[in-house]
Ligand binder design. Structure first.
Ligand code: AMP
Ligand code: ZN
Length: 460
């Protein structure tokens, strides 16, 4: 069954074909770590996690890279305004590096709460300044850059297909860009590759470069780091829809200018926004937002309820979070858990017809509401409880709702701790420790089965 994904570049649902047989290079734009991630941001990260799980379910080996933006994202999107990190550092009376570290840890906690599989590579903009400078040097040598009083800029007029991702008319785009215009720029759509530190202000985050002391522009970090880890041609690049017109358009323009190769990325995928009631925007910059902590943990609600809730709306449609969304998701999730529990603990075989139907749904551009309808059918299907359970747990590899953990509820805490320690040992490739822990687990009467990044405990 072919996997079809909607490609923003072509505006079509296309059959996914990898560059290298059986492998996928995936880059997803990570958070700007000057504040907590809100549940809107996390909707995008859940969509990307589902994408990754669906690729794995289709037997692709995924190499996933995610950046952490810890410098260079200014309060105005068009290279104007203050640096978001330095700004927050003043507010919180901490240095910019401490701010970045604090919110990165919080972000990773959110991923853990939502059962989002960590990328193979997390990379920070500040750890890759050299790579960004090297890339700008190449662009300079190729004649794509120019210098003005506040930095080195990319000349977008030298790229013939600058708007190919956004499908915007260049004229209307130029008009829009003029709102925040820097009068020295050659074209309103030109963007900063390197910004100079202001003469009168000492920045906390700044580096020496061939053009003077300063810091990289926001877009160059993603181009430099994705090319570093995935090469000048890779499969999928994803983010939220707000990145299409500016961030991804600029990443694309400079990356193809840099390598002289097209296309840089084969599939561009974008998740739609989660809004508050009546379309009100949830935004980090205004502080008008809900977090996993505020909306779930503080209310003693399992954050996986949020993951479950996002499945009710297709990732390319806007979703509204209003006073009814949470109670309805809680009751839907609780109902699912109770139904899974009612199946008992014995695991039979995955049902092939249901598997086919599930695969058909997820492979149709990640149609998770249809996939959840198939989950609902499993309970009514004319098969044994053991087979129902096996089928549901198999689907959970994509759903990520930790349904296998429900089976473990009666397992003693010591055994779960040993199993978690063993998982860590395996991640660290400490095989002798992992074997040793397996034996200890056996002494408690349990066998541990490895399932990729997870495990299953079985009573023996
Ligand atoms: P940021 O930390 O602001 O750079 O954003 C992190 C990710 O969240 C990006 O992929 C954004 O496109 C996405 N995003 C921002 N706001 C929302 C929202 N309200 N709903 C869904 N995704 C969002
Ligand atoms: Zn990016």
């Amino acid at each position: 069954m072919a996997l079809k994904l909607y490609n923003t570049l072509t505006r079509e649902k296309e059959e996914f074909k990898p560059i290298t047989n059986g492998e996928v290079g995936l880059y997803t734009c990570g958070p700007t770590v000057y504040n907590y991630a809100h549940i809107g941001n996390l909707r995008t990260f859940i969509f990307e996690d589902v994408l990754k799980r669906v690729l794995s379910f289709n037997n692709y080996k995924v190499k996933h890279v995610m950046n952490i933006t810890d410098v260079g994202h200014l309060t105005g999107d068009r290279d104007m305004g203050e640096d978001k990190m330095e700004n927050e550092s003043k507010k919180e009376n901490k240095n910019a590096y401490e701010i970045a570290e604090f919110y990165t840890i919080k972000f990773k906690d959110d991923l853990t709460h939502l059962n989002i599989i960590y990328p193979e590579i997390f990379c920070k903009a500040t750890d890759n300044i050299k790579e960004q400078i090297e890339m700008i040097k190449v662009l300079e040598n190729k004649g794509f850059t120019y210098k003005i009083s506040d930095g080195i800029y990319f000349n977008t007029s030298l790229v013939e297909d600058y708007t190919k991702l956004s499908h915007q008319h260049l004229d209307s785009l130029k008009e829009g860009a003029r709102v925040e215009v820097n009068s020295e720029k050659k074209n309103p759509t030109d963007f900063a590759l390197w910004k100079f530190s202001p003469i009168d202000i000492k920045r906390q985050m700044e580096w020496v470069s061939p053009w003077g002391v300063g810091f990289p522009g926001w877009h160059i970090e993603c181009s430099a780091m994705s090319i570093k880890y995935l090469g000048t041609h890779f499969d999928i690049h994803a983010g939220g829809v707000d990145f299409i017109n500016l961030h991804h358009t600029n990443e694309l323009a400079q990356s193809e200018a840099y390598s002289g190769q097209k296309p840089w990325v084969n599939y561009w995928m974008h998740g739609e926004f989660l809004n508050l009631k009546d379309g009100e925007k949830m935004a980090k910059s205004t502080g008008n937002f809900l977090t996993i902590q505020s909306e779930f943990i503080n209310k003693n609600i399992n954050p996986l309820v949020y993951r479950y809730a996002t499945y009710s709306v297709h990732y390319r449609k806007q979703m509204e979070w209003n006073e009814e969304t949470l109670p309805s998701a809680v009751s839907g999730y609780t109902n699912l858990i109770n139904r899974v529990k009612s199946l008992g603990k014995d695991i039979g075989n995955v049902n092939p017809e249901l598997k086919e139907r599930f695969l058909e749904s997820i492979n149709d551009d990640l149609n998770m509401s249809k996939a959840m309808a198939v989950v609902g059918e499993v309970f009514k299907y004319g098969i044994s409880n053991e087979d129902k359970l096996a089928t549901i747990l198999y689907f959970d590899k994509v759903l990520g709702l930790s349904l296998n953990k429900i089976m473990e509820e009666s397992i003693p805490d010591e055994v779960i701790k040993l199993a978690n320690d063993r998982l860590l040992a395996r991640k660290n490739k400490d095989w002798s420790k992992s074997d040793e822990l397996r034996e200890k687990i056996k002494e408690f009467g349990y066998e541990v089965n490895d399932m990729g990044e997870e495990y299953k405990l079985i009573k023996i």
